[in-house]
Design a binder for this molecule. Structure first.
Ligand SMILES: [Fe+2]
Ligand SMILES: [Fe+2]
Length: 299
C-alpha cells in the first residue's frame, strides 16, 4: 500500500509534506526528522507540525539523505528557526553542503522554483535562502544514533544516485528511509523509476547492500511511504528494474549511435513523470546525461 497523505503512518512515524516531496518524523523519546524538503514546502510543513501537535523541542536530528535541492532545501530555514537541530549526513554530503558552488546552485534552484510557483521567499519573517549547512554528525556504514524509547537509526552509505547518498534504517520498525537511493514506483507506470544518476555500478552495489534487510515500511522522499507487500520486495524489484534499464540504454545506444540523441530521448521521458515536473529542464538533462554515460560505461 502507498500512503501519501500527511499523518501517522505507524504510531511512531509521522509523514510530513506530500506526495511530491515527503519527509518523516521518527518518534522515539527524541525525534529524528528525515528528509530536508524544499524551500517552497516550508509553510505546509509548519502547518502540519501544528496540526499534529508536534513538540518541536523534541526533534533532535535532521537527517539529509543527499545534497540535492529537493532533499535539503528547507534545512537552512529549519536551522534558523530551530537552532537546536543537529544535522546528520554522510561525510561527503557534509563536504558538499559546505561548498560554495553547490550551495549557490541550490540557492538558485530554490529561488527559481519558488518564483515559478509564486511562493514567497520567507516564512513568518524567517528567510528561505539557502546557505552552507553545518553538519553535526557525519555518519557512515555501521553508525547509529539512539532515539530512546527503543528506537535506533542505523546508517548505510548508498552512493549511486548521488555520491553522497545515505540511507537510514530503523531495525525495530523494519523501516527504511533511502532518499532517492532506490528505484521507486510511479503512479500509472508498471516499471519502477530508476534513479542511478551518478554512478550505475555504485547504485546497483548499494541496492545489493540493502537487499538482506527485512523491510515492512519504505519512507520515500518522493511519492510517500510504502507498506506491506509493496515495501517487502522493493529492493529485489528495484535491482531487476535497474539492470533491465541499463540493458535498454545499451541497446538503444547501439541503434542510435549518438549519446546526445539518447540523452534527449530519455530526459523527455523522465521529465514527463509526475515527480520530475518541477525539475528545471537543464537540470533534468544534466542528470540524465550522467546516468546514460554511466550506464554505457563512458565515465
Ligand atoms: Fe536526488
Ligand atoms: Fe529527489
Amino acid at each position: 500500500m502507498r500512503i501519501d497523505e500527511p499523518g501517522f503512518v505507524t504510531e511512531r512515524i509521522l509523514l510530513l509534506g506530500g506526495r511530491q516531496v515527503t519527509s518523516y518524523l521518527v518518534m522515539g523519546d527524541t525525534y529524528a526528522w528525515i528528509g530536508g524538503g524544499t524551500a517552497w514546502g516550508v509553510a505546509r510543513l509548519e502547518e502540519q507540525l501544528d496540526r499534529f501537535n508536534v513538540d518541536r523541542s523534541r526533534v533532535r536530528y535532521l537527517v539529509i539523505s543527499h545534497a540535492h535541492h529537493d532533499h535539503c532545501g528547507a534545512v537552512p530555514y529549519l536551522l534558523r528557526r530551530y537552532p537546536h537541530l543537529e544535522v546528520v549526513s554522510s561525510p561527503y554530503g557534509a563536504e558538499i553542503l559546505g561548498k560554495e558552488k553547490p550551495v549557490r546552485l541550490m540557492e538558485d534552484i530554490n529561488r527559481r522554483t519558488s518564483e515559478r510557483l509564486g511562493r514567497p521567499y520567507s516564512h513568518d519573517g524567517v528567510p528561505l535562502d539557502f546557505e552552507a549547512v553545518p553538519v553535526a554528525h557525519r555518519v557512515g556504514d555501521g553508525d547509529s544514533l539512539e532515539l530512546g524509547g527503543g528506537l535506533t537509526l542505523r546508517f548505510f552509505l548508498t552512493p549511486g544516485h548521488s555520491r553522497c547518498s545515505l540511507t537510514a534504517y530503523v531495525p525495530e520498525l523494519e523501516a527504511l528511509f533511502p532518499g532517492d537511493s532506490i528505484p521507486y514506483p510511479e503512479a500509472g507506470r508498471e516499471d519502477l523509476t530508476v534513479t542511478a544518476n551518478h554512478d550505475y555500478e555504485d547504485y546497483l552495489a548499494s541496492l545489493r547492500t540493502l537487499e538482506p534487510l527485512p523491510i515492512q515500511l519504505v519512507g520515500l522522499e518522493h511519492g510517500g511511504a510504502l507498506t506491506g507487500l509493496e515495501a517487502e520486495g522493493i529492493i529485489r524489484r528495484g535491482l531487476d528494474a535497474a539492470e533491465r534499464q541499463r540493458e535498454r540504454i545499451r541497446e538503444r545506444y547501439r541503434e542510435l549511435g549518438d549519446v546526445d540523441r539518447l540523452v534527449d530521448e530519455i530526459a523527455s521521458k523522465y521529465h514527463a513523470l509526475e515527480l520530475f515536473q518541477l525539475t528545471p529542464g537543464d537540470v533534468m538533462r544534466a542528470i540524465i546525461q550522467r546516468m546514460v554515460k554511466s550506464a554505457l560505461g563512458v565515465i
